[in-house]
Design a protein around this ligand. Structure first.
Ligand SMILES: Cc1cc2nc3c(=O)[nH]c(=O)nc-3n(C[C@H](O)[C@H](O)[C@H](O)COP(=O)(O)OP(=O)(O)OC[C@H]3O[C@@H](n4cnc5c(N)ncnc54)[C@H](O)[C@@H]3O)c2cc1C
Length: 357
């Protein structure tokens, strides 16, 4: 199976209120956000900011549990890469919902953080997963198409993407910052190596920008319509949007609503916030990790401890670690591990002097 993005013909109808067709037009307001090692400028129009403000000014009362820290950033566009964002637009449950469902009890957990935390850790440690499915979250994400292709491989979410059959895509393309313009790794076929610098970096960035702009200009020509809805030539017919989009570059931004439960979200984050994942998807995963911390802080701590910070050790690996603790001699040849397995085990326990080349 390959990573492909689907578009739902009716998606624009469902998400019109939140989809920002004209996000690069006039009245652009720059919002500066610090992201990891670079400064990101995310552009939202006055209209979009108005919509977010309107959503944030709502004051609904509910008998359901809420997460106060997450409430503070609800609907906010958290900047990602150069034009992307992550917004939490809805959620259900909190840490106590997990505890409550695990005990199949009537109340709001035990109300004692220490016991709730102990139970959540136990559930996490023993892969007792269904209580985590009781919490759900819905994000609105703006992301480059080539990242959407990786993201969509996570099948256990409900997705509704901006329909490029129905609407014209924004004229926004992802261009890496200089520090993220790396050469192909020589040791890892799926990874990056050293940063490309100087004239070559300039040349690559110009190529990316020129290609994206040229194909977008041709997209408008084929549609016979500009991004702002004005007609280019009154005597011509525009090509169908579902066809014209096919020449766009993969760094063009798309948007979707992505709803999932906490268990599947943790699976997504474990894989995509990991250093093996591509930098661009990691940027999104890191922002989402922070939203999890605000939403379910106890589960977040257990997740960081057991899944992110922890490591899986095979039966053979366990024997090696046991022997090391006992001060016995271990060596890769008699371990029964492949070179890769051996090195991964040694790295996991910070035994760098035992790595083999
Ligand atoms: C670093 C990295 C590199 C990758 N490289 C490649 C690559 O080169 N090529 C490529 O094609 N993909 C690649 N992938 C994608 C990867 O193989 C998974 O498809 C993706 O991470 C989704 O994981 P998932 O299936 O666990 O998630 P989900 O689809 O959300 O599924 C969650 C869990 O539900 C269960 N599940 C869901 N659907 C099914 C099903 N139909 N049958 C059985 N169980 C199911 C599984 O237990 C699964 O783990 C890569 C992923 C990462 C993180």
């Amino acid at each position: 199976m390959v990573e492909v993005v689907g578009t739902a013909p009716t998606s624009a109808m469902v998400i019109t209120k939140f989809v920002y067709r004209h996000s690069w037009k006039t009245n652009i307001i720059n919002i500066k956000g610090i992201l990891r090692d670079s400064i990101t400028i995310m552009k939202l129009t006055k209209e979009q900011l108005g919509e977010i403000k309107e959503q944030q000014s709502q004051n609904n009362s509910t008998r359901r549990v809420t997460a106060p820290e997450l409430e503070k950033i609800l609907y906010e566009a958290l900047p990602a890469l150069d034009h992307g964002f992550v917004r939490v637009v809805d959620y259900m449950g909190d840490d106590t919902s997990i505890v409550q469902s695990a005990r199949v009890s009537y109340g709001k957990g035990t109300k004692q953080i220490s016991t709730d935390s102990g139970l959540i850790k136990y559930l996490m440690r023993h892969w007792h997963s269904t209580p985590f499915e009781m919490c759900e979250i819905k994000y609105h994400v703006k992301l480059p198409i080539f990242i959407a292709r990786q993201w969509i491989r996570h099948r256990t979410a409900n997705v509704n993407e901006y329909s490029a059959r129905y609407s014209i895509l924004d004229k926004e393309f992802y261009l890496p910052t200089k520090e993220n313009l790396a050469a192909q790794s020589s040791s890892n076929r799926q990874g990056r190596g050293e940063v490309i610098e100087g004239d070559q970096a300039k040349e690559v960035l110009e190529l990316l920008k020129d290609d994206a702009e040229r194909t977008y200009d041709n997209y408008e020509m084929m549609l016979n319509e500009r991004f702002d809805g004005t007609t280019i030539d009154k005597n011509k017919k525009g090509l169908a949007r579902e066809l014209a989009r096919m020449n766009l570059t993969l760094n063009t931004y798309t948007q979707w609503y992505w709803k999932t439960d906490l268990l599947n979200l943790m699976n997504f984050l474990r894989l995509r916030a990991d250093h093996h994942a591509q930098y661009e998807i990691r940027v999104y995963a890191d922002i989402m990790l922070d939203t999890v911390k605000k939403w379910v802080p106890i589960t977040y701590d257990a997740f960081m401890d057991y899944r992110v910070g922890g490591t899986e050790v095979s039966a053979k690996g366990k024997v090696i670690i046991k022997n090391l603790i006992k001060g016995k001699d271990v060596n890769p040849e008699s371990s029964g591990l492949s070179k890769r397995e051996w090195n991964e085990l040694m790295e996991a326990f910070d035994l760098k002097d035992r790595l083999i080349k």
